[in-house]
Write a protein of this length. Sequence first.
Length: 107
Amino acid sequence: MKDLLGMMSKAKEMQAKFQAMQEEIANIEASGQAGGGLVQVTLSGKFEMRSLKIDPSLFKEDDVEVLEDLILAAHNDAKSKVEAVMQQKTQELTAGLPIPPGMKLPF
């Protein structure tokens, strides 16, 4: 019975840590770029686009498709950076816990 109470206490503690980490991740921002910096996108930890910067040299009628591709590439670059921070913070939080490899946590 004592072990069960200890496990429940640890579970509540871990839940509070995960919640704090989720709030921290929600407040981070990551910027991605494409085209050598011609297009820059900044995302929040919830993958919401916070800003978009486009170099004025790209505003030519013939280059619309190129511009669209660069925006997508910059967004994906920023998203991968947010995911990397999330993975790092999760590993720090779960260090030493017997979690099976490949298990995705609830966030």
